[in-house]
Design a binder for this molecule. Structure first.
Ligand code: 0X9
Ligand code: ZN
Length: 429
């Protein structure tokens, strides 16, 4: 880059920093913790509960010996080290200052954006803001009048319009079963909206190759559910997870949409009543406007809702209900067969390994999540959360250059699962 180019970029960064109070993550440390037995596992769970300042990243496996990444501000480092030492918990320093890494990724994305002609989006070339994604969605019905339809279902807390795209094959049939996909329930999981956009591109722009997927099914896609949180990760705080609505605690903002849904809501095993925690469930089910909007979308299709897929990151999992209990749903075997089709397709294509099974067993208990609601209340035949692969420093932050590898591999899995859903459930359910 030329000297002038660099100067302009620096100025731009400075300007955004001043405008939005950009959190620079200066001196944030990232550790890897490895619990070796059940008691160290439960110590970790206790720490996650009791140390809201420590940010445990990504879903944690139940198995021992699987590492956990935790991000802490500088002033917490001493207590993390001494606590781990005193308990004999293995810890390893991965990053001693997150700031230059976050800045480098931000610069990479801004650089990429300068080359693009919005509202056209090149999914593989950059990460996009909620406004850019909405502008792109709005441009689709003009380009694909018979096959793309956009509807606004409501607003976020900060009054951002929440949009839904319906893709059909244009044959005019209105009663087809539906595959419903959402993204960005969690703000920092940036590969999730990219994946949603990639699916849209496959179905609209590569229609010929994917016609069979639209013959008897409509696809309904919500790329960004948590619009405020997502915007916050672009403008202020890259690793924000929750919504942006204030809570009962003046110190802490935001609720976890994936703990706010009204099916078996409120269990302490799997969600938190404490507003400062990352899995805060809210004061009541659906007290977040974004949860209400997603609920309304889920309930729109009634018996037509065949497959609900929620895109998250990270960890390579297909997670099935239930999250709230260790018992299994009646159609667990059927859902497992769908997950199996996805996992097999991916391993053949890229050697990528996915684990799958009930959330409660494979991962950890969750209460009030969207997949449990989709199965328990909204009549979905198959409900699933897909944890896309990790990238970058913390798992949530792949480099732009890694988008293509992740989304094209994941599409192989999503496509194979769609084929299996269509084969199993056909038009009549
Ligand atoms: O904890 C969560 O909300 C999800 N993991 S994440 O790291 N993306 O936050 C997992 C939720 C899985 N729940 C169901 N599939 N029921
Ligand atoms: Zn998530």
């Amino acid at each position: 880059m030329t000297l002038i180019g660099t100067a302009i970029l620096l100025l731009l960064l400075l300007q955004t920093a001043v405008l939005y109070a950009w959190q620079d993550y200066k001196d944030y440390h990232v550790y890897e913790l490895t619990p070796r037995d059940a008691s160290e596992q439960s110590l970790l769970r206790q720490l996650a509960r009791e140390q809201p300042q420590w940010d445990f990243l990504g879903p944690r496996r139940r198995q021992n010996d699987s590492t956990v990444r935790v991000m802490v501000p500088h002033e917490e480092v001493a207590s993390l080290v001494s606590l781990s030492d005193s308990q004999g918990l293995e810890h390893r320093l991965l990053i001693d200052d997150l700031a230059p890494l976050v800045q480098a990724q931000r610069a990479e994305n801004l650089r990429q954006k300068q080359r693009l002609q919005l509202p056209h989006i090149d999914v593989l070339a950059a990460f996009y803001t909620h406004a850019e994604i909405n502008a792109y969605l709005d441009s689709l019905p003009e380009r694909y009048p018979r096959r793309a339809q956009v509807k606004q279902f409501g607003w976020s807390y900060e009054r951002r319009p929440l949009k839904v795209l319906t893709i059909s094959n244009g044959d005019g049939r209105r009663d087809k079963p539906v595959i419903l996909i959402d993204g960005t329930v969690h703000a920092r999981e940036w590969i999730s909206p990219s994946m949603a956009l990639y699916i849209i591109q496959q179905l609209l722009e590569h229609f010929e190759e994917n016609q069979e997927l639209l013959q008897d099914y409509d696809w309904v896609i919500v790329p960004v559910v948590n619009a405020d949180g997502y915007e916050h990760t672009h403008s202020e705080s890259r690793y924000w997870r929750k919504t942006r609505k204030p809570t009962t605690d003046p110190e802490c903002v935001g609720t976890d949409i994936n703990r706010n849904f009204g099916y078996e809501w409120g269990h302490d095993e799997g969600s938190s009543s404490l507003p400062c925690e990352d899995i805060y469930r809210g004061e009541r089910p659906f007290d977040q406007p974004e949860s209400q909007v997603l609920r309304d979308i889920l309930l729109t299709y009634g018996q037509r809702l065949t497959w609900y897929l929620s895109l998250h990151s990270y960890g390579n999992y297909f997670l099935l209900p239930w999250g709230y209990t260790n018992s299994l749903p009646n159609n667990y075997e059927d859902m497992m067969a769908v997950a199996d089709a996805g996992a097999m397709a991916i391993v053949h294509a890229t050697n990528g390994i996915y684990s799958y099974g009930s959330t409660y067993y494979v991962l950890y208990p969750t209460s009030g999540d969207t997949a449990d609601y989709a199965l328990g209340v909204a009549n979905a035949t198959v409900a699933m959360t897909m944890e896309l692969p990790a990238g970058g420093f913390l798992g949530f932050d792949p480099w732009v250059s890694h988008i293509e590898g992740i989304v094209s591999e994941s599409w192989v899995g999503v496509r194979a699962m769609a084929v299996e859903v269509i084969r199993r459930y056909g038009i009549h359910r």
